[in-house]
Design a protein around this ligand. Structure first.
Ligand SMILES: CC(=O)N[C@H]1[C@@H](OP(=O)(O)O)O[C@H](CO)[C@@H](O)[C@@H]1O
Ligand SMILES: [Mg+2]
Length: 546
């Protein structure tokens, strides 16, 4: 066997120093491993080992990000980033789960198994880059990742504090020989700011009212990075940061996830009526916008509406230059029905639905010249195919006058989007540029369509895997009778829709319902919860109304 240069004794010795808590079983889920930080040391060490194998196999730089995004501060997590900045390949997710759950004495065998199954050439060099969020536990945990990398002889670069999408960007840059950008934090700031400044220079109407934005940073890494970056683009936009981590707790009563799920403003933000505001999540890969109107009513502008603004803008630009690149919008079942209807019927853009989790959306979006993908919760970006990029670059040179300007705009938009992952900073700058270029207020943007009232609930069951789904999670296949029950309930309401699925990040079944009024959406969600409780082995208290 070709495992001579794997120092098996050292692996055994160091594995014991990063011991696995007895009986702990974890799964590499939608967003990697996530649980209480105190249970993760062994996982970090082992993901360092795995990253080295993946790097050797792909002959590329691999990323490891230590974060638990919008989870409470006490949690942490880890995920691996594949060569083009995308999520880890599914077969390696299985290896990750296997390695994380192996007993200490089995680690060597599991590593050898993975090496053989994946035909890893151990002579190959390995290089891993690491990033981490601001959680108190993150620094020590990223040190354990480094232990794992070095034991297997891998080289590494520790970027320290980074947003998740910044780490994806670094990985992408490093594996495309700098063509995508410079793999440094300045490189990231410069690339995005340059594109943003050029776009806003072209904006005819950007009076002062359009140029300030309040940002709730969830007391997370987004605050640090936005502070560092702000002077690069301050000529075009001034940002006022709230929940910047100097006082409050990470994600506590603030951040994109809180705002989206509670449909109310974060604490710690001073909102005046009609002011444009946005929230990042804890690792700055999600963004939602919102404002409070003169009556004090709260208006949420979620990922669906961001996707709508972006795709209508891109479509207009393409029309102006007479270019027929195909645009597709990718959503999940959680997308508000009004957004899907507006995109399909008013904007005449094809819309596709995938399973929850950005890797599914990202994958689908790659099928188009221009693939716009967003989850309703604000995670998303736009992918431009190589063909689209080349065409637009060429047009920016060849066309004349106004058309040339438009092609240049598109060129800058390509640079402004993070092509590797959904990115709150990048999406914020794109949104701000579009609003300025179109001279739109947040109220006008909001008025594109009215969201259908909706409700999300969670139900605890003994084993959430008894629920299996099809049709991009919109239909339940098992347990028997559940889908029929849902169909019966949905019929009782107008403009209604409901579905259930097991969460990939929490031990719950998620219930979603929408209908013509908030009362109907609430009541439908409640009734569906009861059906889940009854037919899928609910535990604990029966779901209560309201
Ligand atoms: C309804 C919802 O918002 N689900 C979230 C949540 O997944 P679940 O599988 O629903 O737990 O976390 C994922 C990772 O952050 C995110 O991609 C997804 O959109
Ligand atoms: Mg996140």
């Amino acid at each position: 066997r070709n495992f001579v240069d794997m120092d098996l004794d050292a692996i055994t010795k160091y594995s014991a120093l990063h011991a696995k808590p007895y009986g702990l079983i974890l799964q590499y889920g939608t967003a990697g491993f996530r649980t209480k930080a105190e249970h993760l040391d062994h996982v970090m060490f082992r993901m360092g080992l795995l990253a080295v194998l993946r790097s050797k196999q792909t002959k590329s730089t691999i990323g490891v990000m230590v974060t638990a995004s919008h989870n409470p501060e006490e949690d942490n997590g880890v995920k691996l980033v594949d060569p083009l900045g995308e999520m880890l390949a599914p077969s390696w997710e299985e290896h990750a789960t296997c390695l994380a759950n192996a007993e200490e004495q089995d680690i060597q065998r599991v590593l050898i198994d993975i090496g053989e199954k994946e035909a890893v050439n151990l002579q190959q060099d390995a290089f891993v880059v690491i990033g981490r969020d601001t959680r108190p536990s993150s620094e020590k945990l990223s040190q354990s990742v480094i232990d794992g990398i070095t034991i297997l002889g891998g080289q590494f670069h520790d970027y320290g504090l980074l947003t998740t999408p910044q780490l994806h960007y670094m990985v992408y840059c490093r594996n495309t020989s700098g063509q995508y950008g410079k793999a440094t934090i300045e490189g990231y700031y410069q690339k995005l700011s340059k594109a943003f400044m050029e776009l806003t220079k072209q904006a005819s109407c950007c009076g002062d009212e359009y140029r300030t934005l309040k940002v709730d940073c969830a007391n997370g890494i987004g605050a640090l990075k936005l502070r560092e970056m702000e002077h690069y683009f301050s000529q075009g936009l001034s940002v006022h940061l709230f929940n910047d981590g100097t006082k409050g707790k990470l994600n506590h009563l603030c951040g994109a996830d809180f705002v989206k799920s509670h449909q109310k403003p974060p604490e710690g933000m001073e909102m005046k009526s009609n002011e444009r505001c946005c929230s990042f999540d804890g690792d700055a890969d999600r963004i939602v916008y919102y404002y409070q109107d003169a009556e004090g009513d709260f208006h949420l502008i979620d990922g669906d509406k961001i996707a709508t603004l972006i795709s209508s803008f891109l479509k207009e630009l393409l029309l102006e230059i007479g270019e027929s690149l195909n645009i597709g919008v990718v959503q999940t079942a959680y997308a508000n029905g009004s957004s899907t209807r507006y995109l399909e019927e008013v904007m005449k853009v094809p819309v596709y639905c995938t399973k929850t989790g950005v890797k599914h959306l990202h994958h689908k979006a790659q099928e188009f010249d221009i693939g716009v993908y967003f989850e309703a919760n604000g995670h998303g970006t736009v992918l431009f195919s190589k063909v689209a990029e080349m065409k637009i670059k060429q047009l920016a040179k060849e066309l004349e006058d106004n058309k040339r300007k438009v092609a240049k705009m598109l060129e800058n938009i390509i640079d402004l989007f993070n092509q590797a992952a959904g990115d709150a900073i990048s999406d914020m700058l794109v949104t701000e540029a579009i609003l300025a270029l179109k001279g739109l207020t947040i109220q006008q943007w909001d008025a594109l369509y009215t969201d259908l009232p909706n409700r999300q609930l969670k139900v605890k069951v003994a084993d959430r895997q008894v629920i299996s789904t099809t049709d991009a999670e919109r239909q339940a296949v098992t347990p028997p009778g559940l889908q029929e029950a849902i169909n019966g309930l949905v019929k009782k309401y107008r403009l209604s829709r409901a579905f259930v699925r097991p969460s990939g990040t929490e031990d719950v079944v998620r219930v979603y319902a929408e209908a013509d009024s908030q009362e109907s959406a609430d009541s439908l969600a409640h009734e569906v919860s009861l059906a889940v409780y009854r037919l899928a082995g609910g535990i604990g208290e029966r779901p209560q109304r309201g």
